[in-house]
Design a protein around this ligand. Structure first.
Ligand code: NDP
Length: 296
């Protein structure tokens, strides 16, 4: 029987696990605060940000939302970030990507104070993670580690294949998997659009993390029997539904679940974990900034 990895359930456990920490912080006079900044008219970005705000409310984190007109100057965004950096009630800052083309994305990542960078994308935080000393692990790969842990997937000595080398998923995932640390120690191969023989690599993999953004790229016949398959992809494809589309992952779920030992669905796999780990990082950030020890 294939185990369907339930991201909603594990995410609920992560959220529940934050309650003590939030209580401790509040008893010391600190309510963890997360600021989300949206500079975009993209409905998907609007949805992501409002979900993050709802999540904050649910666990008792103070959500602060700032919207900036997509046509406003880049300086307006940088001034906002400066204000949030200085605001002692704000412990985490998240600028929803993508930002408009006239804004330098790398400058945005550098502008957020590293201690408030709960996405973990500031160059200083990326460096710390690579060195095995992360302040905040990026939410999606960290959430994947939590899923693997919750389902007793052994990473040590496993052959892992990460499909995709983006800065937000593929690279940090690879980094965490190769670290000499719990939920690391895997022998890890990274595949991307120039990889010659994706199937050949996948067939050897005990653990597959698919993060290519290509609908149903990975099919059951490419997988090793009994492997663990983590599907990060969220792709909208045309479908005969009320909305006119449906969401599919980077893995063809139906064929893959016949071969895999454990597999995440889309939706309900990695997505809820990404959201939960943002809350986790915010609570951690509040602890660091208020000098209160929180058990996470
Ligand atoms: P990017 O587009 O930034 O990166 C995609 C990566 O996949 C690139 O490295 C690209 O290679 C590689 N790739 C593309 N096509 C192929 C192919 N045919 N074979 C092998 N590799 C390929 O995407 P992201 O990392 O930002 O996101 C990936 C997916 O995950 C998307 O569907 C996104 O929506 C989803 N996502 C889901 C999250 C969640 O919480 N569930 C969070 C973040 C993302 P190259 O570098 O050569 O171009």
């Amino acid at each position: 029987m294939t185990d369907i990895i339930d991201g909603n359930e594990v995410a609920a456990e992560v959220r529940a696990g934050l309650a003590d920490g939030i209580e401790t912080l509040k008893a010391e006079g600190t309510t963890p605060g997360l600021a989300t900044v949206l500079m975009s008219d993209d409905p998907a970005s609007e949805t992501y940000v409002s979900m993050k705000q709802r999540d904050c409310e649910e666990v008792g984190i103070n959500g602060i939302h700032v919207e900036i007109d997509a046509g406003a100057s880049a300086e307006k965004l940088f001034d906002t970030i400066d204000d949030l950096n200085a605001d002692e009630d704000v412990h985490g800052i998240l600028v929803q990507m993508p930002v408009p083309k006239h804004v330098d994305k790398r400058r945005v990542l550098r502008a957020i104070k590293p201690v408030k960078d709960v996405d973990g994308f500031h160059p200083e935080n990326v460096g710390r993670m690579v060195a095995g000393n992360a302040l905040y692990k990026p939410c999606t790969p960290h959430g994947i580690q939590k899923l693997l842990e919750a389902y007793d997937v052994e990473t040590e000595g496993a052959e892992a294949v990460v499909v995709g080398r983006s800065d937000i998923v593929g690279k940090p995932m690879t980094n965490l998997l190769i670290q000499k640390a719990p939920m690391g120690n895997a022998t890890t191969t990274v595949c991307h659009s120039r990889t010659q023989d994706l199937e050949g690599h996948l067939r050897e993999a005990d653990i597959v993390v698919a993060a290519a953004g290509v609908p149903e790229l990975v099919t059951g016949d490419m997988l090793k029997e009994g492997s663990t398959v983590i599907d990060v992809g969220i792709n909208r494809v045309d479908a005969d539904t009320e909305k006119g589309y449906e969401l599919v992952g980077d893995v063809e779920f139906e064929s893959a679940k016949e071969v895999a030992g454990k597999i995440t669905p889309v939706p309900g796999g990695v997505g809820p974990m990404t959201r939960a780990m943002l809350l986790y990082n915010t609570v951690k950030a509040a602890g660091i900034q208020s000098d209160v020890t929180v058990n996470l």
